[in-house]
Design a protein around this ligand. Structure first.
Ligand code: CMC
Length: 437
């Protein structure tokens, strides 16, 4: 390297080859070794699960897990959760700046007026079994939007991308709510464009043609906050899935469907559902000690759901906000005496004082509290991951847009360490020997 910028060297113990690699720096966060030239030098790097690999440059979200920091476009999550609403945050994630008043009303109006889905989609929903999980239906329904909006295939056109992102953000609450209504055997409730984003979702979820439904403002605010806290989280599994799918310039609706599929797993978006199922299994405050012991015993294979995080080794900042919201909601709705909430609050108290959890830095995570809040809002457990997917659509679309429009855009194509058979010749069927011993 010619200039004095810091570099890193790889030296080999079995030959005198030495490779000099540039160092890259972001505006925040650790330095990064740029290994792009390794392939041309005859080497690959190995990093399953990408634990030490940055896959892209991104201006959108920053996390410091040791300090417990989460910023969207530089704004601390605490400030956004306190003072912004979800559509402002979605605008911020996509455009990089908080909207001024005219931008805000314009965006609000566009999203509110694209909430209906094509009438033909009615038949699509009806093809599923009634007991299908709402996420199974959502994956298919969001993917099916690609068949309705064929203009969205022009992903290199910024205007078409904008329209597709608007459609996704506006229609995902309708799709999520209808997935649930179908499961319940209740008629689909059409969106009410006069309502706010969160209120409209609650309306489509809880209203029936026979009863007027007025969303409770406490519930609306709490749900909006859950949407904000789940809107983006850097290059997690589902976001990386959306980017990978989109790297081939695939249809954006299909890419977001792939993201929903990835989110569905219990190691990712499925954890909030797992928390509630665990609380139900505990069943009574008197059994908490027994479950804590099981969690500490490695041979049991049991973990306390809603505790611990891969990145946050300090309190997850989203969990701290959700904890406050949780208490506000329980107070407001007079639910502190509900047996399941009592178990949750006692479990939190015991785990926070227990040496095993303190030593391993296993704090309650955002899913622990969001599961409790969603239950308090009367939202069925099967819808928890659907709500996560709804909120994360803001992040997925912003990340997809950033990836497609990046100057250094490349189709994603990891390499591998091949561990299969070396070259061998085809053997005709009658000459093959049995492999059985
Ligand atoms: N209960 C009991 N022990 C635990 C737990 C738990 N929930 N989580 C981690 N441990 C122990 C684990 O046994 C290990 O012990 P040791 O050091 O003796 O081997 C140690 O803590 C570190 O665990 P790890 O699996 O190496 O940690 P990780 O960073 O790879 O895993 C995690 C993070 C979230 C997968 C894990 O903490 C876990 O399984 N938690 C329960 C599931 C959960 O709540 N998931 C939601 C995550 S937040 C959602 C999101 O942001 O997407």
């Amino acid at each position: 390297m010619s200039d004095s910028k810091p570099t890193a060297f790889i030296t080999f113990s079995d030959c005198d080859q030495r490779i000099e690699l540039p160092l890259l720096e972001g505006s925040l966060g650790p330095r990064c070794i740029d290994i792009r030239q390794l392939g041309s030098q005859g080497y690959f790097s190995f990093d399953p699960g990408f634990l030490s690999t940055a896959s892209c440059h991104s201006d959108i979200t920053y996390i410091d897990g040791d300090l417990g920091l989460l910023y969207y476009r530089g704004y601390p999550i605490e400030q956004l959760a306190e003072s912004a609403d979800f559509l402002e945050v979605a605008y911020l994630l996509r455009h990089g700046e908080l909207p001024i008043e005219s931008e805000r009303t314009g965006f609000d109006s566009v999203i509110r007026h694209h909430t209906m889905i094509h009438d033909q989609m009615n038949y699509f929903f009806r093809a599923f079994r009634r007991d299908a999980h709402p996420i199974a239906v959502m994956v298919s329904a969001v993917g099916a939007l690609s068949a309705f909006y064929q203009d969205s295939a022009e992903v290199t056109d910024p205007l078409q991308r904008e329209i597709s992102m608007d459609r996704l953000l506006a229609k995902i609450p309708t799709i999520a709510a209808w997935s649930y209504k179908y499961n319940r055997g209740e008629p689909f409730i059409y969106p009410q464009n006069r309502l706010s984003y969160a209120a409209n979702f609650l309306h489509m979820l809880h209203a029936t043609p026979c009863e007027p439904y007025e969303p409770n403002p406490v519930a609306v605010r709490a749900l909006d906050r859950i949407f904000i806290l789940h809107a983006d989280h850097e290059q997690n599994a589902s976001t990386s899935t959306v980017r990978t799918a989109g790297s081939s310039y695939a249809n954006p609706f299909a890419c977001v469907a792939a993201g929903i599929a990835s989110l569905w797993g219990p190691l990712h978006g499925g954890a909030n559902e797992a928390v509630l199922r665990m609380l139900e299994e505990i069943g009574d405050v008197s059994r908490i000690g027994e479950f804590i012991q099981r969690a500490k015993d490695k041979s049991s294979g049991f973990r306390l759901m809603g505790f611990g995080h891969r990145i946050y080794k300090n309190m997850d900042p989203r969990a701290a906000i959700m904890r406050r919201t949780c208490h506000e909601v329980l107070d407001e709705l007079g639910l502190h005496d509900d047996p399941l909430f009592k178990i949750a609050l006692k479990l939190e108290e015991i785990a926070l004082e227990d040496e095993y959890f303190i030593k391993k830095k296993l704090y309650p995570n955002v899913d622990f509290y969001s599961g409790i809040v969603l239950r308090a809002l009367g939202i069925p457990t099967s819808m928890f991951t659907a709500i996560f997917a709804l909120a994360r659509t803001a992040g997925w679309t912003a990340q997809w847009n950033e990836m497609v429009s990046a100057k250094d855009h490349k189709i994603t194509r990891p390499r591998q360490i091949y561990t299969g058979s070396p070259r061998r010749d085809f053997v005709p069927g009658e000459q093959r020997r049995s492999r059985r011993k």
